[in-house]
Design a protein around this ligand. Structure first.
Ligand code: 5RP
Length: 225
């Protein structure tokens, strides 16, 4: 393939074929998820009947532009399927997510889905989480410096994400701290410690959610595993 965006497009198109008529689905966020939304929009125009919840304002905008009917996330309790990207995927299907800043909504939507399919290119496959990606943690602006201090007291090193000179703001008007290091092998314990800090809203560690992955390779192959 000439570039990674073509690989992502292949992955998104393949993942969209796994959506069946009548399904209620969760739409992920990012440069791979956008191809799923685009592909599903085409299928909707051809008669596919689906309803969706989007994990970000951008995905919501793309879905609405593509004619995908959106559900009210305040009342929905269950989805058939969620399709979303990841920054890293480990062999046990645990993930780091949140490079796109949508991790909080993404975790809520993935949790309400009966199945999550993760859509990635081969560069996201790692033996151990934290090999390449930083760990995003969504925190409230209220008390943000105290929250960072508490996180650092646990032994983590991190910095607030920026957008230009300003601090990055999520769709829910929160900040993101990107952590450099994962401290130990026990990632569930790290998640527990981080989520226990007042001010931490969610971490980018996703466990026990993805059951299948659609993986795209530079040579043009797309595998569903
Ligand atoms: C957004 C995410 C994205 O799914 C993740 O960053 C992967 O994005 P992309 O498909 O653009 O590589 O977690 O919060």
């Amino acid at each position: 393939m000439s570039n990674w965006d073509d690989v992502k497009k292949n992955v998104g198109e393949k993942a969209a074929t796994l959506v069946e008529d009548g399904m209620h689905i969760g739409l992920g966020t990012g440069s791979t998820a956008k191809w799923v939304i685009e592909s599903l929009s085409k299928r909707v125009k051809e008669g596919l009947k689906i309803k969706a919840i989007a994990t970000s304002k951008e995905s919501e905008r793309l879905a609405l532009a593509g004619g995908i009917e959106l559900l009210d996330p305040c009342v929905v309790t269950e989805l058939d399927l969620c399709i979303d990207g990841a920054d890293e995927l480990a062999p046990d299907m645990s993930m780091i997510k949140g490079r796109g800043g949508a991790l909080w909504r993404e975790k809520i939507v993935a949790t309400m889905a009966r199945e999550m399919i993760v859509i990635i290119d081969e560069t996201k496959l790692v033996k151990k989480l934290g090999e390449k990606a930083k760990l995003p943690v969504e925190v409230s602006f209220f008390g943000k410096e105290a929250t960072l201090k508490e996180i650092e007291a646990l032994g983590f090193k991190g910095a607030f994400r920026k957008e230009g000179v300003a601090l990055y703001k999520t769709d829910a008007a929160n900040a993101i701290i990107d952590l450099d290091t994962l401290l130990s092998e026990d990632l569930r314990d790290q998640h527990k410690k981080l989520i226990g800090v007042p001010g931490v809203i969610e971490t980018g560690l996703f466990f026990d959610l993805a059951k299948r992955a659609v993986v795209g390779y530079r040579d043009g192959r797309v595998e569903v595993v």
